[in-house]
Design a protein around this ligand. Sequence first.
Ligand code: ADP
Length: 309
Amino acid sequence: MSGNAIEIEGLRKTYAGQKGAGPKEALKGIDLAIPQGSVFGLLGPNGAGKSTLINILAGLVVKTAGTVRIWGFDQDVNPRQSRAAIGVMPQELNLDPFFTPRAALEVQAGLYGVPKSQRRSDEILELVGLLDKAESYARTLSGGMRRRLLLAKALVHNPHILVLDEPTAGVDIELRQMLWENVRKLNQQGMTIILTTHYLEEAEEMCDEIAIINNGEKVAQDSTANLLGRIDAKTMVIHPASEVTTLPEGPGMEVTRRADGAIAITYRTAEVSADAVLAAAHDAGISIRDVKTEEADLQDVFLALTRAD
Ligand code: ADP
């Protein structure tokens, strides 16, 4: 194997038009390699094509063109092996209301052909914190518990790769923490994790590597650190000693007043020196009580890369 968990080349998807609308090109020829053992983030605004890509990986959407190799298995040549290598936690809560968590896992294991002797239902339920609900009907579970059950279902066949589609959209902090703890634990055990999100902070915190897709095309792929390093903007945050009447100004500086009264000056380090920023503040008559600088975050990178020009 190449060291990549997933290799995608020239992936295209065109959906047939619905209700008089023309065909929709959701993926326009994506190349993507996802390293084994990574926590990989797939980022992009709504409608970028993230779910389409993931659903193709999961075997739920049929691609229009391109090749997809999962754990070395070409999806078209070895569909069974490629499917066995990946587990997907879907976005929507599609659970049979009359199954208990334990039964749901047994059925899922059966679908994947996991022999009875190799099933680990209770171990997985324990991992996601549902062991005490093992015999409750799914319809009596809270939204958070249902999400945990979806994660558990994705794990029954012990896949090499776990895909999480917007796992924390609309979940509470406690569940989010539980999810991330599990993800870290599974990754430490060697599982490759792929997650889609439009929460940049989450990607920043969780992912080793990130691909950004926009409008069906990949616009960037790099390590999280490199992606952050790509933009050279910094923000100097000045806490004034007294009320500011005139905002500082200068070439290459973007100045905003924050709710707490601080003045934030964003500048490109290649073009503007910190000295020049401080001088602009002095020229505006501001006496500085405190000052700190902030690095750019992924939001800035994201905007810079996906801006329609
Ligand atoms: P994301 O997950 O990044 O929000 P999607 O993959 O869901 O993006 O959607 C990409 C584009 O394809 C969108 O314009 C969406 O409207 C369109 N699309 C998604 N699913 C279908 C479908 N079943 N039929 C037609 N168009 C679709």
